[in-house]
Design a protein around this ligand. Structure first.
Ligand code: AMP
Length: 286
């Protein structure tokens, strides 16, 4: 695996590969790699897999959160090597010297955008810079960060990048907890994280039975608190293409949650595999 730190070197390498008609598959990460990240690296022969590791300070609205973010570079390099990644790009901090300006629009103000001011704007800066530099054929993303994936798709469309975004299912542990680098920060309270997927699954079950009124959401928020979850930032059922609220038009939707345990913020979401609509507060399955 080729380790590259300077953008000029990466540009030269990419030009060389493109001259040979190689397809470039890009997997951006913040490192501290786990099985969720690994699931994005598929078996490959003819394509070039390019991973990046960059803990982007612009997307942390809390300096301690940025400082405490787990960094395990040596281990990550070993993992990427084993996954047959061809190039690892680890830019220096000055990667951010020039910041493109981009107005993401209303999708950045929903869900995590509400209480993490500037978070998605920070993500967008880095993704636009990566896409301009690499211009990959594909970018591979995890469904776990669903809102982020929607925003990256919008960036690709708005900037007319030729890149295609592919989104892969969330990898979970035996208790259905979505794997995340932040899980290890929960330490002895990790066991509480299982209540997030439990609630998402219960909501889906009730929706499918045709027994769900939006008022139930408050019940589940209270339930989570009674189990020891510190704060529920949101628990919402939204349309999956726009993150708009449900209405009378049947649409594919997802249940989204963000909650904190001991100051550590977690997110998760699950798709509802039927079209649903809202009539007088009741969710109706098509
Ligand atoms: P991160 O390092 O957290 O920025 O994540 C890098 C990529 O890995 C993103 O596209 C994430 O959505 C994806 N990812 C993170 N956790 C998981 C998971 N548990 N399952 C699948 N993909 C994941």
């Amino acid at each position: 695996m080729l380790l590259i730190r300077k953008s000029e070197k990466l540009s030269a390498e990419i030009n060389f590969l493109k001259q040979q008609d190689k397809k470039i598959i890009f997997v951006p990460t913040m490192g501290n790699l786990h099985a969720g990240h690994k699931s994005l690296f598929k078996k490959h022969k003819e394509h070039i897999y390019l991973a990046s590791i960059f803990v982007n300070p612009l997307q942390f609205n809390d300096i301690d959160d940025f400082k405490n973010y787990p960094r395990t570079i040596q281990k990550d390099i070993e993992i990427l090597d084993k996954q047959n990644v061809d190039i690892l790009y680890m830019p220096y901090k000055n990667f951010l010297n020039q910041k493109p300006h981009y107005n993401i629009g209303k999708i950045s103000r929903k869900l995590c955008g509400k209480d993490r001011k500037g978070h998605f704007e920070g993500v967008a800066v880095v993704i636009i810079k990566f896409l301009r530099l690499i211009n990959p054929d594909y970018i591979l993303l995890g469904e776990k960060d669903y809102q982020q994936a929607l925003i990256i798709k919008k960036i690709i469309k708005d900037f007319n990048f030729k890149t295609k975004a592919k989104i892969f299912p969330t990898v979970r542990d035996k208790n259905d907890v979505a794997l995340s680098s932040r899980n290890q920060l929960l330490k002895k309270n990790f066991f509480l994280a299982k209540h997030l997927p439990k609630v998402l699954k219960q909501i889906m079950r009730e929706i499918k039975k045709g027994e769900f009124n939006l008022i139930r959401i408050d019940h589940f928020k209270k339930l989570l608190k009674s189990k020891g979850i510190e704060k529920v930032f949101y628990l919402k059922i939204l349309k999956e293409i726009s993150l708009d609220e449900l209405d009378e038009k049947p649409a594919l939707c997802r249940v989204f949650i963000s909650a904190s345990i001991n100051g550590i913020r977690l997110i998760d979401n699950m798709p509802i595999d039927r079209r649903i609509k809202l009539v007088d507060g009741n969710i109706i399955c098509k």
